[in-house]
Design a protein around this ligand. Structure first.
Ligand code: APR
Length: 182
């Protein structure tokens, strides 16, 4: 499949890009992991394939990550120096505090980046693949949480949200306009 065309929408410090997150050159990329840090398909599979075994070695040492939390490993062979692994909620219909868990996944990933002195990072659309979170709702949680965090944290210089499909990119683009971040 040809490489996705990179198309970017620039706003304050949030950039939307369409493509494969493993190609991002930010200091860190965020993985949509599972709580066992076992690897999997989607973003998780792509990051471990592109980053190589060092990432999994460190994941094994860490042992696990509760939903909503975030841990950090080497970026291995990736251009990014670090991978921040976070675990989003599995969508169960909306009454199992999914929004709160998704919010925390973004917040804790950003807070971990700040603590580590990481100034640029890329997020995938957490929980909107295998975990089934409705995309439009998830885009509001993602962009509002990132936007609110950046207001109080000038140490973070750039956040790229990388959407795999054209449709996802456009939904995030619409949300970015709606919440006035663009
Ligand atoms: N780059 C950017 N985005 C990607 C990529 C990629 N290479 N591959 C998939 N995506 C997109 C998907 O299209 C989806 O929109 O990332 C979003 C998240 O999908 P998943 O990777 O399935 O993540 P999630 O829904 O959070 O489910 C996590 O899936 O892979 C397993 O081990 C993982 O159990 C965990 C679960």
């Amino acid at each position: 499949m040809p490489d996705k065309i990179e198309s970017e929408v620039k706003s304050s410090k949030i950039i939307l890009a369409q493509g494969d997150i493993t190609k991002q050159t930010t200091e860190a990329i965020v993985n949509a992991a599972n709580s066992l840090l076992r690897g999997g398909g989607g973003v998780d599979g792509a990051i471990h394939r592109a980053g190589g075994p060092k990432i999994m070695e460190e994941c094994r040492k860490i042992g696990g990550c509760p939903a909503g939390e975030a841990v950090i490993t080497t970026g291995g062979n990736l251009k990014a120096k670090y991978v921040i692994h976070t675990v989003g909620p599995i969508w169960k219909g909306g009454n199992a505090r999914e929004e709160e868990t998704l919010t925390r996944a973004y917040q804790n990933s950003l807070a971990l980046a700040s603590r580590k002195g990481i100034r640029t990072l890329s997020f995938p659309s957490i929980s909107t693949g295998a975990y089934g979170y409705p995309l439009q709702e998830a885009s509001k949680v993602a962009l509002n949480t990132i936007g609110n965090y950046l207001k109080g944290h000038p140490e973070i210089e750039k956040v790229v949200v990388v959407l795999f499909s054209d449709q996802d990119f456009h939904i995030y683009q619409e949300t970015l306009k709606e919440i006035g971040l663009r």
